[in-house]
Design a protein around this ligand. Structure first.
Ligand code: PAF
Length: 277
């Protein structure tokens, strides 16, 4: 497995991959877990090369967020990628990735400043900026992203569409721990008792899934159920919202077109979970 840090080397490496080969890409901020591994495996299964970027991107963190504290576990990440059969890790440093007078991107006005973007108004511009830069360097055919970050997946799909990029965004299912909590690099921040409280989030997802499978389609009824279930623990709920794929609120569930998104703070940790219906 190749480990590349410099932009020039990445460009040279990519130029050496012939046009008949397919390149899959998994963008990460490191602290890799089974969720990332499932993206890597999906890419390896469908492509000749799988390139994984490891870069804690400063532009997607707000001023008071956890950029400094974000877990950095490069050695373990390299070992996981090696074992999985990744072709190349790209781990650039911040100064090489960004100029101090950088051309920027705006998040879409309707999709980018609601839900996660409401509480974190600079977040999606930062995600778009780094992912577009990585796409320009890596030129993947397919890029794999976890459905846990549902809004991120939908906004990246919009970017690819709006900028006419020839890249397929492949959403991959949420991976969960044995207790049901959606895997996230930020779960390491949770104490044992916080984790216990956090479990009301996957419990609520399961409850909503079950009700929908039993035929409930009324969002008002489902939302009341969800709020009651989420209020069973001492967590701070940011949102529990039923939307379509444009992230517009809906009143009725439509299969393959609806998502239920939850964000909540448990202790100091912001957790996301969702159900693609
Ligand atoms: O989902 C993430 O880990 C990040 O937002 C991403 C896509 C790697 C961009 O920094």
């Amino acid at each position: 497995m190749k480990i590349i840090q410099s932009i020039c080397e990445m460009k040279d490496y990519r130029a050496g991959i012939t046009n008949d080969k397919r390149v899959g890409f998994v963008a990460t901020m490191g602290a890799l877990h089974q969720g990332h591994l499932s993206l890597i495996q999906a890419s390896i299964a469908a492509n000749d090369y799988t390139i994984v970027s490891i870069f804690v991107n400063p532009t997607q963190f707000g001023a008071n967020e956890d950029f400094g504290a974000y877990p950095r576990t490069l050695e373990a990440d390299i070992a996981l990628c090696e074992r999985a059969g990744v072709s190349t890790i790209f781990a650039p440093n911040v100064d090489d990735m960004y100029d101090d007078d950088e051309v920027g991107l705006f998040a879409p006005k309707k999709m980018g400043y609601i839900l996660e973007g409401f509480d974190r108004p600079t977040h999606f511009a930062g995600v778009l900026q780094v992912v577009l830069k990585l796409f320009c360097l890596i030129k993947p055919h397919c890029a794999y992203f976890g459905q846990k970050d549902a809004q991120q997946v939908l906004i990246l799909q919009k970017m690819v569409c709006d900028l006419f990029l020839d890249i397929e965004i492949v959403p991959c299912p949420i991976q969960r721990d044995s207790d049901g909590l959606a895997l996230s690099s930020r779960n390491v921040y949770l104490s044992v008792s916080e984790r216990q409280k956090a479990l009301c989030i996957p419990r609520t997802i399961m409850l909503i899934k079950k009700s929908i499978l039993q035929g409930e389609r009324e969002v008002a009824t489902l939302r009341a159920m969800a709020l009651q279930s989420l209020q069973s623990e001492d967590i701070t709920l940011f949102y529990a919202q039923f939307c379509n794929h444009k992230l517009e609120p809906i009143t009725h569930i439509v299969e393959n077109e609806s998502i239920f998104l939850i964000a909540a703070k448990v202790g100091q940790t912001r957790l996301l979970d969702n159900l693609w219906i």
